[in-house]
Design a protein around this ligand. Structure first.
Ligand code: ATP
Ligand code: MG
Length: 688
């Protein structure tokens, strides 16, 4: 519908006919010409190949440029954020969202690369100072331990992160801090045959020097360990051995000593051994560990005594009334607690790794401002959706709410500032009802209800969902009861999602065998002991009560909610910039763009909604001077000779153009136009 002149426009608000079809058409044409970025807010389409658009030269060309001077690029957003920070003395955030494989992490790296380049101490002759290098090298470390190959992405981040880059008042980088959200720890013990465990498992088993393998008794290969043998072993085009070298190099640059490095590998080794403990079931249905050789390896690596370890697993002490009694476990129970332990070890060590990196890069001095970069998974809507999806979708609901408020309220505030005629529109995009349903405590929302059931002695997943129905059924338009499954339906911003609630109580409580965690807390290996120090304390009290009192025991849902609140608080204190990443096709292929798939993402991430707002509002604006300079030739001799003030001139010109009154507004310093009007004027101007 749009004249060919508007093919491949940089800013979608310039399209005369602004609708889904024209937006996707434009995106597609641009994409096929390797122009992967488009504006309205920044949209980035994954090219699935390396484009020559991230060179030092291009970085330089974006430095200090005005907003619309250069084509859209992740560097343009980074530069704007940096500038606005210094000029407006305000913290900034860059929110990068999108589906798995859309390019969030790649774009995050580009932001950091850009900022590290332009904000490096200029007296330094090297390209990056040591601090900048350390910040850049944090990433390969995080990726080795926190990323994995999945069906959708060969390097999929299985955790979310918020990286704050701190600056001194002169605008030089003074430090950084990484906050981590939700690690998909279930991957440690289970992967589908098309996917892999976290990269480090493969890197270590393939690439570690024999001294390390010997130290941790790793005499097998990937096929010998239960937690790796069912997975894929290789990723196309990736050399795990070379990646291991990259990891070691990164750790060295960050300043993690060899002794410390080994401790992180200790955890990986112990997890591998844990998976191989052979548990059998006796006639009495009780669990046995007849062959103790693997358990001995585990205990050697973890620094705990073997007898107490095995006893703690198969016949733990539990509290019965006031007494402590030994209670025999079934094979399934023991396997469950071994896997829970493996996951806890890995997750806690990942947390410690992030802390260790922060210790290197988070300097206490000179923090005047920050730019925060958020790289977090977008809405997940699968065939079956569980507790993990609820946590992710809850996060996205909050981020979308933030986006809506920013976009729609700020835009309208601009109109008010310019004093143009405008009735405030409520776009009906308040997502608070859905958010309340998840996080409220009065009436009891989903997370609070789950927490309550977690402390009820006889509660089950079923009683949980029944209680939820009794509170919310027919009470909220955002809540629904599914016809067939045990679960509930939530009306999210992106879509209606049906959740299955099996296993939720356990996932939320995330229980560990405390007989064993106590042993770990007293491990002869200081690193292991430090990871479980929250289980230290009164040796006769094996219960969780103690920990509740000390405030350490928190459910998974509650912890996530608290973290999310802290994130939102920070975001609301910044000036945000939004980057929407788009995966072009499901085949990880370059040069192919699947229209329905892309359209669906544009819908989910608010791009189409943003365009709808643009259509009712006045998305294009031009200062009086520029307007006159550019368009006076469309109505020559209209303006009288001599001085005319800008507003008056704009008024006269617009009248002469015979535009419908509703197509524009004249503000205090600018003329505002409906979408497409300016483009039409351009068309006429070109034909002159
Ligand atoms: P996940 O949610 O799974 O972590 P993601 O959105 O972080 O996904 P990335 O890991 O950033 O996705 O991108 C997936 C892959 O796509 C990259 O490994 C890379 O091969 C390719 N890719 C993404 N963006 C670009 C880009 N701008 N240039 C070249 N390749 C890219
Ligand atoms: Mg990622």
């Amino acid at each position: 519908m749009n004249p060919p002149k508007f093919d491949k426009v940089e800013d979608m608000a310039d399209l005369t006919h602004l609708n889904e079809a024209s937006v996707i058409h434009n995106l597609r044409l641009r994409y096929l010409s390797d122009m992967i970025y488009v504006r309205l807010f920044l949209v980035a389409v994954n090219p699935y190949r390396s484009l020559p658009i991230y060179t030092d030269e291009i970085i330089r060309s974006y430095k200090n440029k005005r907003r619309y001077e250069m084509p859209p690029h992740i560097y343009a957003i980074s530069d704007i954020a940096y500038h606005d920070m210094l000029q407006g003395r305000e913290n900034q955030s860059i929110l990068i969202t999108g589906e798995s494989g859309a390019g969030k992490t790649e774009n995050t790296k580009k932001v950091i690369q850009y900022i590290a380049t332009i904000a490096s101490d200029s007296t330094n002759t090297k390209k990056y100072g040591i601090l900048e290098q350390q910040i850049l090298q944090a990433n390969p470390i995080l990726e080795a331990f926190g990323n994995a190959q999945t069906i959708r992405n060969n390097n999929s981040s299985r955790f979310g992160k918020f990286i704050r880059i701190e600056f001194n008042s002169a605008g030089q980088i003074s430090g950084a801090n990484i906050e981590r959200y939700l690690l998909e720890k279930s991957r440690v013990t289970y992967q589908t045959p098309e996917e892999r465990n976290f990269h480090i498992f493969y890197q270590l088993l393939k690439g570690a020097p024999s001294a390390i393998k010997k130290k941790f008794l790793l005499d097998g290969s990937l096929d010998d360990y239960r937690f790796t043998k069912h997975s894929r072993k290789d990723i196309d085009g990736v050399d795990d051995i070379a990646e291991f070298e990259i990891l070691l190099n990164a750790m060295n640059i960050v300043g993690i000593s060899e002794d410390e490095q080994v401790e992180f590998f200790r955890i990986v080794a112990s997890v591998l051994h844990l998976g191989n403990i052979c548990v059998t079931s006796g006639r009495d249905d009780q669990a046995h560990i007849l062959d103790t050789s693997v358990a001995e390896k585990v205990c050697h690596v973890l620094g705990v005594p073997i007898d107490a370890f095995i006893k703690g697993l198969i016949k733990p002490q539990v509290k019965a009334g006031r007494e402590w009694v030994a209670q025999a476990r079934t094979k399934e129970q023991v396997l469950y607690s071994i896997e829970a332990l493996a996951k806890a070890l890995y997750e806690r060590s990942f947390g410690a790794l992030v802390e260790r990196i922060n210790k290197a890069i988070d300097t206490p001095s000179n923090k005047a401002y920050f730019i925060g970069v958020l790289d977090i998974a977008g809405f997940e809507i699968f065939q079956t959706n569980g507790f993990e999806q609820l946590c992710i979708n809850y996060t996205n609901e909050k981020l979308q709410q933030f986006f809506n408020q920013h976009m729609f309220i700020l835009e309208q505030e601009q109109y008010k500032l310019e004093n143009i005629e405008w009735d405030f529109i409520d776009f009906g995009l308040d997502l608070q009802p859905t958010i309340d349903l998840i996080e409220k405590t009065k009436p009891v929302g989903i997370l609070a209800c789950l927490d309550e059931e977690c402390v009820m002695p006889k509660a089950t997943d079923k009683t949980f969902v029944e209680k939820l129905h009794s509170i919310w059924k027919n009470k909220s338009p955002k809540y629904g009861v599914p016809r067939f499954q045990q679960g509930f339906i939530l009306n999210h911003y992106a879509a209606k999602v049906e959740y299955t609630t099996s296993g939720w109580l356990n996932k939320n409580k995330d229980p560990l065998n405390e007989n064993v965690t106590k042993l770990l807390a007293h491990s002869s290996q200081p690193y292991i002991a430090s990871l479980f120090s929250d289980f230290l304390g009164d040796t006769t009290d094996y219960g969780t009560k103690n920990r509740v009192k000390r405030g350490v025991f928190r459910t998974v849902g509650r912890r996530h909610k608290e973290q999310l609140h802290s994130l939102m608080q920070q975001l609301y204190s910044t000036q945000p910039h939004f980057v929407r990443c788009i995966v072009p096709n499901a085949k990880k292929m370059a040069g192919k763009i699947n229209t329905p798939l892309v359209l669906d993402q544009l819908r989910c991430n608010g791009v189409l909604e943003g365009i709808r707002i643009c259509r009712v509002g006045f998305p294009n604006r031009l200062g009086f001077v520029e307007f006159r300079q550019r368009y006076e030739i469309l109505a020559p001799r209209i303006l009288p000779e001599g001085y005319v003030n800008g507003r008056e001139a704009a008024h006269k010109l617009l009248e002469a153009f015979k535009l419908e009154g509703n197509q524009y507004r004249i503000g205090l310093s600018k003329v505002f136009f409906r979408a497409g009007v300016l483009a039409e004027l351009e068309e006429v101007r070109d034909n002159k």
